[in-house]
Design a protein around this ligand. Structure first.
Ligand SMILES: O=P(O)(O)OC[C@H]1O[C@H](O[C@H]2O[C@H](CO)[C@@H](O)[C@H](O)[C@H]2O)[C@H](O)[C@@H](O)[C@@H]1O
Length: 381
């Protein structure tokens, strides 16, 4: 991204420029499709009522994407012979790790690549700092993980980039020394000293500690629309047991993790129908969640570029960015790191999946170990 570019606004004036058909995905390319042992998932039952009503979501690939949007549940895994499953799965995982080596095993390589460079750490929240749980309101960070993040931030600039609202993720993490970007990077808070005006205007704001900060909110004009669509989604999905809708200020999430799989098509069709009324909004897939967000040229990758440039880093000469994340939305950031920054994307996954990351970590406990290793290296320096 060129900071001097005159046309730096990320808001796309013509929503048709976003090809909504890009959400048609072949199921074997989906992140959580099983390349190893096949696991029988229950057959998707389409309710008999209103024939033809669910055709949209069947034909546009949403249902395939929903089914593959997170590792198979424990219940599904129990349906296959657990011993065979774990043996085969281990072999598949180990061969996958040739392509995405463990960041822990590759730690020395990472550290030596950082010689004479400033490491900057980017962390996703759900599935990276806190394990995935059924209730999004109970996705807490452990005290140990909080300490690991606090310690690493003593040595390296550290940012959390989450799909949640900035306030919510700050409330969960509770560390004042970090940068926070909420709503998939559409709400960034940074100290007054960082000025990145060519991206658009920054808003001066007094934070919860009474400190003056800058806010960068490229989708600000969408605030009333997101609020309205959130309320509509709550209303339209209220009959589907287990659905949960969250308002993340610049985007909204419709969770179906706790919805009976037979009703997933109904959830998808509700969201699809609501979005027909909002051509300037689009839908993306997360882990058992449908995300509704503005049609703007902004994502977690753009947020990473913004944060690096706001700290004076424009290329790989003097910085080594490391981004740790588990979700599809983190792939945009992994791509940016592979480009001009030559940084390291680290995918958190216990299941083999295609990614733009370079390294992998199996779960949140390995994330903690990795952060602690970085801190130890600096302490012993
Ligand atoms: O970018 P992230 O920080 O990873 O946020 C992405 C979404 O995370 C949350 O949902 C996910 O985690 C929940 C708690 O573990 C889980 O119940 C849910 O199924 C996951 O999708 C959050 O609630 C979403 O709004 C975020 O978009």
């Amino acid at each position: 991204m060129d900071l001097n570019s005159a046309n730096a606004s990320p808001v796309l004036t013509d929503p048709s420029l976003i090809n909504k058909s890009t959400f048609r995905i072949c199921s074997n390319l989906l992140p959580y499709s099983q390349s190893g042992p096949s696991i029988s998932t229950s057959v998707l039952m389409i309710p008999r009522k209103k024939p033809g009503k669910l055709d949209d979501v069947r034909s546009n690939g949403w249902l395939d994407a929903m089914k593959s949007s997170s590792p198979p549940s424990k219940k599904v895994q129990k349906e296959v012979d657990i011993q065979d499953f774990s043996d085969d799965a281990d072999i598949v995982y180990c061969s996958w790790m040739f392509k995405y080596p463990s960041a822990l095993n590759s730690f020395q390589q990472i550290v030596s690549h950082a010689k004479n460079k400033q490491i900057v750490i980017f962390l996703d929240y759900d599935g990276t700092l806190s394990p995935i749980v059924d209730d999004p309101d109970r996705a807490f960070i452990s005290a140990d993980m909080r300490s690991a993040v606090r310690d690493v931030a003593k040595y390296f600039p550290t940012a959390i980039i989450s799909g949640r609202s900035r306030d919510k993720v700050y409330q969960l993490v509770g560390l004042t020394e970090l940068y926070y970007a909420g709503s998939h990077g559409m709400d960034i808070m940074l100290p007054i000293k960082n000025e990145v005006c060519s991206y658009g205007s920054l808003i001066k704001y007094t934070d919860q500690q009474g400190k003056e900060v800058n806010l960068f909110q490229p989708a600000r004009e969408f605030l009333p629309m997101i609020d309205e669509v959130f309320r509509t989604l709550v209303d339209k999905t209220k009959e589907v047991k287990g659905t949960k809708v969250e308002n993340h200020k610049f985007c909204a999430s419709v969770h179906y993790r706790n919805v009976d799989e037979n009703s997933w098509p109904v959830v998808a069709q509700c969201v699809h129908d609501v979005l027909k009324e909002y051509p300037r909004l689009r839908q993306t897939h997360g882990r058992k969640v449908l995300e509704v967000r503005p049609v703007i040229d902004w994502d977690k990758g753009k947020a990473v570029e913004f944060l690096l440039e706001s700290q004076g880093f424009r290329n790989s000469h003097n910085v080594l960015p490391i981004y740790i994340g588990d979700d599809r939305t983190d792939e945009d950031a992994f791509k940016v790191l592979r480009g001009r920054y030559q940084g390291y994307g680290i995918l958190v996954s216990a299941i083999p999946k295609e990614s733009n990351a370079i390294f992998s970590l199996r779960d949140t406990s390995e994330v903690k170990e990795f952060l602690e290793s970085l801190t130890k290296t600096m302490e012993n320096h």
